[in-house]
Design a protein. Structure first.
Length: 248
């Protein structure tokens, strides 16, 4: 085993069963006690050299405060799981940022953000919470355009002017009118990046905008998330274009 095991993380490893190992360890003050605690990301690997781990579990060893917490993140697991700490809430105490790749062709990853300030564990963010709130839609429109629409009704246009005639002919008549109503797609959370700000970290959430099939990339929806009043809120939304074509 790569990392030393104390009583706290040892109990968590035993509860997972055969094949459970420490995947990553870091030290940070996530309580606000003025001294650091040990954070462990543990899971089960079928083979020692595989990057994939199942039953990912966060263990917070605050034994000096009489606390040991273990929380299972995802039964399905992920590739190359990672743990970092930074302050998202602005309370001056580091929060816990965990990520793991899904391993699919679309480059998707899983994310969790936890607070353990004052020894109270709170889940601040995960993919499911974000995906439920980010219910964007996309549809092809006349004029060789795709309209991306937010839940509040605001929208962006993506031009298909860079696409060849073979592609356009699947959707449009020669005059760029739709042959029939055709949906595009705004996918679930793809990537999440911490953004350093003066008082606290924000996050940049990226979703893929795709057309006729998943490999048909049209662009990216980018949402800046800021934590306040107990939740993350979108403070800015941008659409970037895969082909860098402007609407006509």
């Amino acid at each position: 085993m790569e990392y030393g095991v104390n009583r706290c993380v040892g109990a968590a490893l035993r509860s997972l069963g055969e094949g459970a190992i420490v995947l990553q360890r870091c030290t940070a003050d996530v309580v606000g006690a003025g001294r650091p605690q040990e954070l462990f990301l543990i899971g089960i690997k079928d083979e020692a050299d595989t990057p994939f781990a199942q039953q990912l579990t966060l263990v917070i060893d605050a034994s000096s405060l009489g606390q040991c917490v273990a929380v299972k993140l995802d039964d399905a697991g992920g590739y190359e799981p990672r743990i970092r700490t930074m302050d998202f809430t602005g309370d001056g105490v580091d929060d816990i940022f965990i990520s793991a790749d899904t391993g699919g062709s679309g480059g998707y990853s899983l994310y969790w953000v936890y607070s353990y300030a004052n020894c109270t564990l709170r889940r601040l963010f995960d993919n499911n919470v974000f995906d439920e709130a980010a219910a964007y839609t996309a549809n092809y429109e006349d004029g060789c355009l795709v309209r991306v629409t937010a839940p509040d009704g605001s929208s962006w246009l993506i031009s298909l002017a860079c696409r060849d005639q073979e592609y356009l002919s699947q959707i449009y008549e020669d005059d760029c009118t739709l042959k029939q109503p055709t949906p595009a797609d705004v996918g679930p959370l793809n990537q999440l990046y911490p953004l350093s700000q003066p008082q606290q970290f924000d996050m940049l959430a990226v979703q893929r905008i795709t057309g006729l099939y998943q490999a048909d990339g049209l662009g990216y929806l980018q949402t800046v998330l800021h934590y306040r009043d107990g939740a993350f809120f979108a403070t800015a939304v941008y659409v970037s274009l895969t082909d860098m074509c402007e609407p006509t």
